[in-house]
Each structure stands twice: as C-alpha cells, then as structure tokens.
Design a protein around this ligand. Structure first.
Ligand code: B12
Length: 111
C-alpha cells in the first residue's frame, strides 16, 4: 500500500553523521501495521524536499515532523513553508522538543 504518512527528521547535525532518528522510529513503532508510513531523514538526504514531494505525489496526505531547537528548526521552518505552499491541502503535524516547549510560537508564528 502507498504510504499515507511521511515522518520527516530535518537535518540535526552539520557533520553529516547518520544519527538514528529515534523520535521517528518510536513513532513508527506505534504506526506499524495500522498506517503505511515512510521516513525522510535529513541526515541522509542532501536535499530532503524532492523525497518529500515524491511521497506526496504518490498519495501521502500527512507530513509529521520532529523538531529540536537549533539546526533542525532552521531547516524545518523553510522546508515546511515551501511544502505547504506547494501542497495547501497537506496536513502538517509538528512534534518533539521545540513544539512541546514552544507550542505558542509554532501555532501563532509558524503555522
Ligand atoms: C539524540 C539527541 C540528539 C541528536 C539528534 C537526533 C536526531 N533527531 O537526529 C544530536 C546529537 C544531533 C543532538 C543535537 C542537539 N541537541 Co540533542 N538530544 C538528543 C537526546 C540525547 C535524545 C533524543 C531522543 O532521540 N530521544 C528519544 C526519542 C524516542 O524521544 P523524543 O525525541 O522525545 O520523541 C518522543 C516524543 O517527543 C514524541 N515526538 C518526537 N518527535 C515527534 C514528532 C511528531 C510529529 C509527533 C506526533 C511526536 C513526536 O514522540 C516520541 C516518542 O514518544 C536528547 C536528550 C534526551 N535524553 O532526551 C537531547 C536533547 C533533545 N538535545 C538538546 C539540544 C539542546 C541539542 C542541541 C541544540 C545541542 C547543541 N547546542 O548543538 C543540538 C541541536 C541539533 C538540532 N537541533 O539539529 C536538548 C533540548 C533541550 C530543549 N530545551 O529543547 C536535549 C533535551 C538535551 C538536554 N538535556 O539539554 N541531539
């Protein structure tokens, strides 16, 4: 079945280390057998946007992103703004350390 959920880990380290996206793997474990999902890892993709676009064109309708403060946030904001502009009906869900601690900023300034 085609994935309906994209789990996106914006790049979290400049050194290019392929760190396991534990946050999304934990989410995937919950989604397993219930929903089809794919993981787009910014630590593995030089430009994650084409990979995200491809999944949406293949039918994905929810983009779930994990965001820590710092480099991940500076990736997430422009990437999600561009993706939302291109796919206005796409549902985007923020999770992780930054939105958990700064929900007001995410809801009022970034949505
Ligand atoms: C692994 C890790 C890293 C890795 C990155 C991993 C990655 N995502 O690629 C590396 C080493 C690169 C890293 C770097 C940094 N980190 Co760090 N990191 C951690 C660490 C040790 C574990 C996080 C983790 O994987 N937890 C396990 C997963 C399963 O739990 P989780 O992330 O909370 O996810 C759960 C929920 O939050 C939720 N969830 C998470 N994402 C999403 C998304 C959606 C859509 C939904 C629905 C739910 C959801 O569901 C998950 C399952 O329950 C934590 C400390 C800790 N013990 O938690 C610090 C921590 C998160 N890091 C922190 C910081 C500050 C940084 C840096 C800014 C440090 C620096 N100065 O450079 C950088 C920033 C990097 C960046 N932003 O890009 C702080 C954040 C503090 C804060 N106020 O938010 C922490 C808490 C450490 C600390 N005690 O200070 N980090």
């Amino acid at each position: 079945m085609k994935p309906c959920i994209i789990l996106y880990n914006p790049r979290s380290n400049a050194s290019g280390k392929k760190i396991l996206p534990m946050s999304l793997l934990a989410l995937g474990a919950v989604l397993e057998t219930k929903y089809d999902y794919s993981i787009v890892d910014g630590n593995c993709e030089s430009d994650p946007l084409p990979a995200i676009r491809e999944q949406i064109q293949a039918g994905a309708n929810l983009l779930a992103v994990t965001v820590m403060p710092g480099p991940q946030l500076s990736q997430a904001v422009p990437h999600l703004a561009r993706t939302q502009a291109e796919f206005p009906h796409l549902l985007i869900v923020w999770g992780g350390y930054f939105p958990t601690q700064h929900a007001d900023v995410c809801l009022n300034r970034l949505a």
